[in-house]
Design a protein around this ligand. Sequence first.
Ligand SMILES: [Zn+2]
Ligand SMILES: [Zn+2]
Ligand SMILES: [Zn+2]
Length: 254
Amino acid sequence: MKITFLGTGTSQGVPVIACKCEVCLSNDQKNNRLRTSILIETNDKTIVVDSGPDFRYQLLREKVEDLDAVLFTHEHKDHIAGLDDIRPFNYLLKKVIDVYATERVQTALKREFYYIFAETKYHGLPQINLHTIINGESFKIGDTEIIPLEVMHHLLPITGYRIGDFTYITDAKTISEASFEKIKGTKILVINALQKEPHISHFTLAEAIQFAQKVGAETTYLTHISHNLGLHAVVEKDLPANIRLAYDGLKIEL
Ligand SMILES: [Zn+2]
Ligand SMILES: [Zn+2]
Ligand SMILES: [Zn+2]
């Protein structure tokens, strides 16, 4: 399985429009962060987790030529806004894209992308098959088992995913013991770390490190990063050896 970080930035991305901080003005590519998303290539399927506002550019940048499924974590705009850009796969590959989301996220998708679900369909609409994620029920995409796990984004329950030895969680603030049990033993963990200052709905850097150490994965990658976290190279220097900041374009294989 191959993982590519399509984006590792928080909702505004980095640089932030009009911001003059040292992170936003940095020439180091690792301080440029598109909205958070990953690409997962298994032996038989190509999957993305979330399709945010940068989805089109991310797929162009990584030269993604196939897509089977989109897994959604939750309905915030930075995670869903790019859904229309699955259309090239509808047109070129004649594929209907499988979209996996909880009932609540599906309700939001039907509101935000009402035209996809309209009775009378325009020509050229995105073509998707909706699949319902039920907490605690694993499902398969091709040969690969996907285990959804619920984490809390302040008061909003959202979905993380465990796939074999890989676990992907973004936008978490608290994680129950029941979900921890599903994460335990993972070799690669991806977890969100927004900034050093407290935030109501996101792990801080210290909270993310604490959770990473509790899980004890071989390597943990931090994502959904704000410009407030600081310069990539400076922050990375102070991290434990097995905890790294993810960056856009980072690829891992397992
Ligand atoms: Zn987010
Ligand atoms: Zn900035
Ligand atoms: Zn969110």
